[in-house]
Ligand binder design. Structure first.
Ligand SMILES: Nc1nc2c([nH]c(=O)n2[C@H]2C[C@H](O)[C@@H](COP(=O)(O)OP(=O)(O)OP(=O)(O)O)O2)c(=O)[nH]1
Length: 135
């Protein structure tokens, strides 16, 4: 079976990262994640992330760099997480999410993250701390 990639985007803007609370399916509803989704056949992970962030949040963003780690979500599906920068728009929970929060480095532990996402938080915290107020 070919492995399909799910891309989560740690969208960073002005020293904070966007956390999104999932509204479905039931096994992950209520937990917080990096918004994103599955790459379609022929799409690069970067293209998939930029498309998903537009569909789910209504913003234009640019995928910047992959963070360390790959996690099997279920057979044939592997999660990877990229950082992304906001180019334009104000994120809205248009699809798949019930709530959005911008979190600074000191606030990352304030929401109940999905387990895999939790593993990249130290990297995200470092990026936010290294670029306070940055893009
Ligand atoms: N998008 C996203 N999914 C994550 C993260 N962490 C994590 O464990 N997952 C899991 C939850 C889901 O089981 C799976 C991603 O599916 P998804 O529902 O976001 O993908 P999608 O938008 O393309 O969904 P679909 O319409 O094809 O069903 O990966 C994350 O940070 N972002």
């Amino acid at each position: 079976m070919e492995t399909r990639i799910v891309v989560g985007g740690a969208l960073i803007h002005q020293g904070r990262v966007l956390a999104a609370r999932r509204s479905a399916p039931p096994e992950v509803a209520g937990y917080w994640e990096f918004p994103g989704g599955k790459a379609e056949p022929g799409e690069t992970p970067e293209q998939a992330l930029e498309r998903e962030l537009y569909e789910e949040l209504g913003v234009r963003a640019r995928a910047v760099a992959q963070l360390p780690g790959r996690w099997p979500v279920r057979p044939g599906l592997e999660l990877r997480i990229w950082t992304a920068e906001l180019l334009s728009g104000d994120p809205q929970p248009l699809e798949d999410h019930s709530e959005l929060r911008w979190l600074g480095p000191e606030q990352l532990a304030e929401v109940d993250w999905l387990d895999h996402d939790r593993e990249v938080l130290p990297h995200v915290a470092r990026l936010l701390t290294d670029q306070p107020g940055g893009s």
